[in-house]
Design a binder for this molecule. Structure first.
Ligand code: NI
Length: 190
């Protein structure tokens, strides 16, 4: 959300890993993340550190919302040339679904398998579609690390941005640096 920086420069940089390496890292993050989430007991998973912050269940719920919204976007992006998508009211989505009342393991499983599907989906997007330049986008509004409106972007940037957002929130729960997050500054935390 709304982190203005030179994201296209980062995208263009030569130390960017290949899409295959990226996907392998993504799958590993999902698998090891799910294992470590399971170590958190049910009572802790629904505890908010502070009243205005999300519990682990709510953070994973937010990531399920992110997966379902971006699932749509990753398919629709292949049916047209613009990367222009609807926003969703992230805080309200979490509140309305009352994730704290759902079993922790059920949320972990849904999060894990939804993301494994997204890893599959990304792996079958033709390279040409991933790297096609997209001058028309609203990543200035919907991306985790935003792209200025007058800068061109790609679907590849957008899928990598999705995973950066996922890692950011996973690290919030697991509370360490083992989750390799490319982020320099976090989005607003709930
Ligand atoms: Ni978020």
């Amino acid at each position: 959300m709304d982190l203005r920086n030179n994201s296209l420069d980062r995208f263009m940089s030569t130390d960017q890993n290949s899409i295959e390496q990226f996907l392998s890292g993504f799958r590993q993050t999902i698998e090891t993340g799910a294992l470590r989430l399971r170590d958190i007991p049910e009572d802790q998973s629904q505890m908010n550190k502070r009243e205005d912050k999300w519990s682990p269940k709510e953070i994973i719920g937010h990531l399920i919302d992110s997966a379902s919204n971006n699932h749509q976007r990753f398919v629709r992006a292949q049916l047209g040339s613009a990367l222009v998508f609807q926003r969703y009211e992230q805080v309200e989505w979490v509140m309305k679904q009352r994730y704290n009342e759902e079993p922790w393991d059920q949320l972990i499983q849904l999060w894990k398998h939804y993301n494994l599907h997204l890893a599959h989906l990304i792996s079958v997007i033709p390279e040409q579609t991933l790297t096609q330049l997209r001058p028309l986008h609203n990543l200035d509004r919907i991306a985790f690390e935003t792209v200025d409106k007058d800068q061109t972007t790609t679907l590849e940037y957008f899928v990598r941005d999705y995973v950066a957002h996922l890692k950011h929130h996973l690290a919030q729960i697991l509370g360490d640096n083992e989750i390799d997050s490319a982020k320099s500054s976090p989005e607003p935390q709930y």
